[in-house]
Design a protein around this ligand. Sequence first.
Ligand SMILES: [Zn+2]
Length: 252
Amino acid sequence: MIKKLTIVNGIIEDDLIDGIPVKKRIITPSGKNNVRTLIPLDLNSALGITNHNTANESPTADDEMHAKYFQTVENADETYIGAHLFVDADSITQALPINEIAYHAGDGKGDGNRRTIAVEICENGMILKAEENAKKLNAALILTYPQFKVYKHQDWSGKYCPRVILGRNAWTDFVADIEAYVHSAGKETSKSMETPWKLGGIEYARDEQFIEDYEYWLANINNSMPAWAVFLIVQKAVEKIREEFRQEKEGK
Ligand SMILES: [Zn+2]
C-alpha cells in the first residue's frame, strides 16, 4: 500500500514504497555546486514533481548508476545538472535531499528548477515496470505533500521529456494512474486509520436504532451531517428514551 512518507531533512526515511526498495546515495557536496546546489527548496510551497526519462538505454544505466554518475559530475565541476530521485524496474535511489533545488527542468531560475522535485525514470530495462514504480513514487510524494501536482520536463522548457512516455502518447494515462493510486491510498487510510472510532459511532447509532440505513452512513463516514439528519437522530433518541421510560413506569 502507498502511504505518506517520512521525510527528515529532505531525506526519505522509508525503506520501501509499496514494496519498492528506496536506496539513499546522497551526493557529497564538492563545494562547486554542480549537482549539490545547497539552495533550499521549501517543500511547503513547492509545486510538485517533474518527471523525466534518463535518455540512456544502456543496460547498466540503472538508478544506482545514475546517482554514482552524479557524484562524478559534482566533483568534475563542468556542468550544472541534478535530479532528486531515480527509478528503475527494481528500486528507487535518492541522490539529493528533496528540500534542495536541483537543475533539471531547463528553465533557469524558473519554477521547474526552483519549485519541483525531479524524478528520473530509467530506460535501462523493463521500462513499464520502471514507470509503474515512478507512478507509486509520485503518489507517495503527493500523499506527503497534498498540494503537489504532477509535471513533465516538457512543461517547463519544451524539451521532449520524458521521451519514452511522450513517445507512446501515454502522459495522460501516467498522470491518471498516479491520481488513482493517491485516491485509493486515501480511501485505505481513512478506512484503516480513522474508522476505529468513527465506525464505533455509526455502529452505536445502528445498535441503538437511531439510524436505519447503516450502509448509507458507512458510505458517508467522512462527510459532515446535514442539520435535518442531526434533528432526526435526536428525535429517534428522545423517542427511544421516552419509550423506555414509559415501559419502566408501566412495569412498576
Ligand atoms: Zn528531462
